[in-house]
Write a protein that binds this ligand. Structure first.
Ligand code: GLN
Length: 534
């Protein structure tokens, strides 16, 4: 029977609930159990695909093409399992599905209500995650804070799940804050007490508390929390601020959170295989050298907009024992007359241009690409970064001055990047993206092939425009190599320029498949080249 761990949050948001959920999942996996993760987001958007990255950070894409919350990136990086469409459910998705069923007549004229219709829909999503993944344990994080109007229906659904499946098959972890009050110089438990009371008002008694706290609490605090919140003392877990977030699973392991959960589930407490993770922590804490990598984008003031890209750079850094200092370069600043690119990039050992949408800032990104090309600075372009690399090459190497993308200029004369013929009609009807896994075949004796060391790869996509094959021959003539192709649809997936030390770009998003202990091949070789470049 599938077991369920639910992770809720109280007091304030931003306590690292996602990392807590991931850490618990990692520990349970290390104990030999098959785990699966899921996040409920209380907002009404059907998915985060259309949300502004400034407000919500990056959109993480699963292999099956689901556009999800960035926390899923943490999940995948921690547990190293591919998640799917059952892993990110918003209120909007739940409401939409219920309303569609109502319109379809599925409820046979019944009055459609929060309970049971919305709550049933939520419960089904939890059970579906368990059934479709075949996991022993599903870990579900509830976004937002307990007490928010928006999350009430989720909490109610969880209460019902506990009733249906029994206490021995469900475990509630509540993440809270223990603030330190200056003056009286004490840690305060009251906000946690209040938050647990809110939860109990909704029929849920947490099985464990994970308390974010500036330093380890003493037994007095734990006993107080235990008494007021009806949680055994040993189930009150400290989550002390750490500089290296990979330490968190180990901190929880030392406090036996995984054993506590497994005991409640009546599951065997097998040996925890955590050596690989401990090794990672040691590596991260002892990086020998450092290098600067310039990341050129239009949302650089919000680093979360490029979370997986930044993480992927760091992962490759761990492999080569270098700390990656990301220089966040605003592409619009590069467009200003007074900006000197040689000044901006003077310490950058590599330049990366990640994905993006719309025309704002694209000229600046192309200036960065031109700089990389002309100065032989290792370059990695991702999605829009590849499209711009091709446009820059067409304009400045092949002399096709009006080269552009129909995304920026729908009437452009030289649409090097364009919609496919069959896409044009679809876009008029509302627009779709190419999402999720697509196969790519690699050409032998190319950098891409050297990186992956295989002929066929699967990578995740999230884009609408494609390289226009009409221009292939002209660019090839000037030395551009099309090293990765989706053969089924004849689409360009990877380009490279072998005249330079390291100049490569891809149409897909490699950042979604990088792991801290296993950097993605394209990031791996990019960081290696950057580290080795003078
Ligand atoms: N805007 C481009 C497209 O839709 C690139 C998208 C991206 O970088 N994710 O094709």
């Amino acid at each position: 029977m599938t077991k369920y761990v639910f992770v809720t949050g109280g007091v304030v948001s931003g306590l690292g609930k996602g990392i807590t959920a991931s850490s618990i999942a990692l520990l349970l996996k290390a104990r030999g159990y098959k785990v699966f993760m899921q996040k409920f987001d209380p907002y009404i958007n059907v998915d985060p695909g259309t949300m502004n990255p400034i407000q919500h950070g990056e959109v993480f894409v699963t292999y099956d093409g689901c556009e999800t919350d960035l926390d899923l990136g943490h999940y995948e990086r921690y547990i190293d399992e591919e998640l799917n469409y059952t892993s990110n459910i918003t209120s909007g998705k739940i409401y939409k599905s219920v309303i569609d069923k109502e319109r379809h007549g599925d409820y046979l004229g019944a009055t459609v209500q929060m309970v049971p219709h919305i709550t049933n829909e939520i419960k089904n999503k939890v059970y579906e995650a368990g059934n479709s993944s075949g996991a022993d344990i599903v870990i579900t994080e509830i976004g937002g804070t307990v007490g928010d109007i928006e999350s009430n229906s989720f909490i109610e659904a969880l209460r019902q799940i506990q009733y249906e499946k029994g206490v021995e098959n469900t475990f509630f972890v509540h993440c809270t804050l223990i603030p330190y009050v200056y003056g009286s110089n004490e840690l305060k438990t009251k906000p946690t007490q209040n938050s647990v009371r809110d939860l109990r008002n909704m029929g849920i008694r947490p099985d464990a508390l994970v308390c974010r706290v500036p330093y380890s609490t003493n037994s007095h605090i734990k006993e107080k929390l235990s008494l007021f919140c009806s949680v055994p003392v040993e189930n009150v877990i400290d989550s002390v601020d750490v500089s290296n977030i990979y330490e968190i699973p180990i901190k929880y392991y030392e406090q036996k959170i995984d054993e506590i959960i497994l005991k409640q589930f009546g599951l065997e407490i097998r040996e925890a295989k955590l050596d690989y993770w401990k090794k990672l922590i040691k590596t991260v804490d002892n990086l020998k050298d450092e290098i600067e990598i310039a990341l050129v984008g239009k949302y650089v003031e919000l680093h979360d907009a490029y979370l997986s890209v930044a993480e992927s750079l760091r992962h490759a850094g761990y492999k080569y024992n270098v700390k990656i200092n990301i220089k966040w370069v605003d592409s619009e600043v590069l467009e200003k007359k007074e900006t000197k690119l040689s000044e901006v990039f003077k310490n950058s050992k590599g330049i990366i241009v990640p994905g993006g949408f719309g025309s704002r800032g694209v000229e600046g990104k192309m200036m960065a690409i031109k700089y990389a090309r002309e100065n032989d600075v290792p370059f990695l372009g991702i999605c829009l970064g590849m499209q711009l690399a091709v446009i820059e090459f067409a304009r400045n190497v092949c002399g096709i001055e009006e080269a552009s993308s129909t995304e920026f200029d729908p009437t452009c004369k030289e649409p090097i990047i364009d919609l496919m013929a069959d896409q044009k009609s679809v876009v008029n009807m509302g627009g779709t993206l190419r999402l999720g896994n697509y196969e790519c075949s690699l050409k032998k004796d190319t950098l891409a092939y050297l990186d992956y060391k295989k002929e066929k790869i699967l990578e995740r996509h999230r884009h609408r425009y494609e390289f226009n094959n009409k221009y292939k021959a002209v660019l090839e003539e000037k030395g551009l190599v099309f090293s990765g192709i989706n053969e089924k649809a004849n689409l360009v997936e990877i380009i490279e320029y072998p005249k330079l030390k390291h100049f490569i770009a891809c149409q897909f998003h490699p950042e979604f498949k990088s792991r801290p202990t296993r950097p993605h091949p394209l990031f791996d070789s990019f960081i290696k080249a950057s580290k080795d470049s003078k």
